[in-house]
Design a protein around this ligand. Sequence first.
Ligand SMILES: [Zn+2]
Ligand SMILES: [Zn+2]
Length: 213
Amino acid sequence: MSSDCSTENTTREIAPFEDAAKFHGHVCPGLTIGYIAAKAGIEKLETERDIDEELVTIVENDACGVDAVQVLTGCTIGKGNLIYKDHAKQVFTFICRDSKKAVRVALKASFNIDNIDPKVSELRPKVMSGTATDEEVKEFRERMDGISVTMRNTPVDEMFEVKFVDAKIPGKARIFNSVQCTKCGEMMAESRARVQNGEYICIPCYEEYNRGW
Ligand SMILES: [Zn+2]
Ligand SMILES: [Zn+2]
């Protein structure tokens, strides 16, 4: 298998939705948003699942969809090519280091799952608060599955804005020096160390020290 993300890949494979659902644990509209967004990004970049950090994904939320993004793109926190920005927006940017192309996929404001199935807005509060009957929980799950299917059958452009953007390409994962916390004795990357009275201290110890000040 080719390890670059060039346009010469003719064997492009996109993981089936079932793989994302298995990884995530349930089927929900959020997971489906991530699935469709990642598929759109990969297709527009004419690439495939990441093998060695050729792809970089920036996610602007930490919701269900990020799990689908990881399965489809192969970008993970562990590899350092999944970048999380806490914007609470359903926006995903897929970057190919080789072609230097970036695609931004943003959920349109017009998208609303209650328009697909109005009954879920009735069931949701009951299910979330634990007051739903078994029957209602079952119906809720079935309707979630139905919404997911409808979303996946909807033309991408109806749900998302998908466009090439200029993106700064983040550097590859770096290895930092390790230093020891003078308080708890555990090691940490130097780049994250805090300094207190001229000595290295880890973030949890530092926050404990500063609490209430
Ligand atoms: Zn979910
Ligand atoms: Zn510490």
